[in-house]
Design a protein around this ligand. Structure first.
Ligand code: PMP
Length: 435
């Protein structure tokens, strides 16, 4: 693994800057965090009694108690705040603490592809063997099928379900498998695993990989659309609580991805492992920030902006953006009918991404990333497409081959990802450039 180059997020953020592109690449909302978040942040920073020094390494009492109360509802059990929760610097640091503490040399890990790019480098630190199992893409639809999806009609019956390859999954598991990572709602496909799928996955794990634990990355837990009224969690599958660590992110819930607070929930034996890394990693999070998130977790159940709760407003906001983006791609983005930009796309049922399929695009590599020489660098198709788009149309997107293991990158180089966690005006701006 080559760690000498900056990763895709750093390089493509720079590309957006250099080309002055509308940024539909990295997944950060371009709207303000909720009003209560800012008020609480100011209140807690100014609190004369607040502690500005080191605090409890695994989460301060206010935050862990609030998490325990909130997630007790979702898991339908009492969660011990001191032993079953670990807090760190965002979902990313929780994943780092999990993967570095739970995986050792000689162990094996199975990732369902496409997956959030950090999993792979974080796992290679332990020199574990990683096997990727690609999801099966849905059939492509004619764009006209999406063209009726508008912001007036939030729900749609259209379901583009990425299939789970149970056979390949079963064949990849064995006694050495220590970790299986599932991400639902999924970045980047938007897939939400059903309880039946999770149960079948759990049964296979119990049968074939008795030593395996599941990291269930659920950072988009509250973003689901259409006929979903809740989102199924792996730890709720009978028998899975004891072998699952669930991962969450304040940045995703409160549209503040720069704040860096995340938490893991799971049985004491697993949480203890994460804590051993946390004490040598970030050590602790800043107390005024932890107090803010603790109060936000309570405030989110109250009415907000005319909605029964903040989470209802939040889901509605994402739903509007999803529909606006899909409708724009289907109706107004004529660019993607042209040979060199040919693209089809799928409808997500959760999270805030749309995957586009560029297999039929036929074009030349015309531009390079900063630091690369165009004449001597040969990019994969998805990279080359995304770089061309930034330079020529001024819209920044993400290539998908980075969401696959090195062996399976060829699956990903046919795809790109749009993030639609953007204001309707930003989406309009991007769509207007797609001509
Ligand atoms: N998991 C997934 C699936 C993600 O998409 C992200 C962020 N893009 C994270 C974890 C990390 O979250 P955080 O920003 O809290 O580190």
């Amino acid at each position: 693994m080559n760690f000498t180059k900056p990763n895709v997020w750093i390089r493509f953020a720079r590309l957006a800057q250099i080309t002055n592109s509308t940024n539909m690449g990295q997944g950060f909302p371009d709207w303000e965090p909720p009003k209560f978040y800012k008020e609480l942040l100011v209140k807690h920073i100014n609190d004369p009694k607040v502690n500005h020094q080191y605090s409890r390494a695994f989460g301060n009492p206010n935050l862990i108690n609030a998490i325990s109360k909130d997630y007790g509802k979702y898991f339908n059990r009492e969660i011990n705040p001191l032993t079953e929760i670990s807090v760190s610097a965002g979902g990313c640091a929780i994943l780092y603490n999990s993967l570095t503490s739970l995986l050792n040399q000689g162990d094996e890990a199975v990732f369902i592809e496409p997956f959030y790019e950090c999993y792979f480098p974080q796992s290679t630190f332990s020199k574990a063997k990683i096997t990727g199992i690609p999801l099966i893409p849905p059939k492509l639809r004619n764009k006209s099928e999406y063209s009726g999806i508008t912001v007036d009609k939030l729900q749609t019956k259209i379901k583009d379900d990425w299939g789970f390859d149970f056979k390949k999954f079963e064949a990849a598991l064995n006694d050495k498998t220590k970790i299986v990572i599932i991400n639902s709602p999924n970045n980047p496909t938007g897939k939400i695993y059903t309880m039946d799928e999770l149960t079948e996955i759990a049964n296979i794990i119990k049968k074939k990989a008795p030593n395996a634990l599941v990291i269930s990355d659920e950072v988009y837990e509250h973003i689901y659309y259409d006929d979903h009224s809740f989102f199924p969690r792996m730890a709720n599958v009978p028998g899975m609580w004891d072998r699952t660590v669930s991962v969450y992110s304040a940045g995703k819930i409160f549209s503040c991805t720069g704040l860096r607070v995340g938490w893991a929930i799971g049985p004491e034996e697993i949480i203890r492992c994460l804590n051993t890394i946390q004490q040598y990693n970030a050590f602790c999070m800043y107390e005024p920030v932890q107090n803010t998130i603790a109060d936000c977790l309570t405030a989110m159940d109250k009415p907000y902006e005319g909605f029964p709760t903040y989470l209802d407003w939040y889901r509605n906001t994402y739903n509007l953006s999803r529909n606006h983006m899909i409708n724009g791609l289907a109706n107004k983005a004529t660019l993607f009918d042209k040979k060199e930009w040919k693209m089809d796309f799928w409808m997500p049922e959760g999270s805030y991404f749309i995957v586009g399929d560029i297999s039929n695009a036929d074009f030349q590599q015309k531009h390079a990333l900063e630091g690369d020489d165009l004449a001597t660098t040969k990019y994969s198709k998805d990279f080359s497409y995304a770089i061309n788009l930034a330079y020529e149309k001024k819209v920044n997107i993400t290539p998908l081959s980075v969401f696959y293991t090195p062996e399976n990158k060829h699956y990903g180089d046919k795809y790109i990802r749009f993030s639609f966690c953007k204001k309707l005006s930003t989406i309009d701006d991007a769509i207007n450039k797609f001509h």
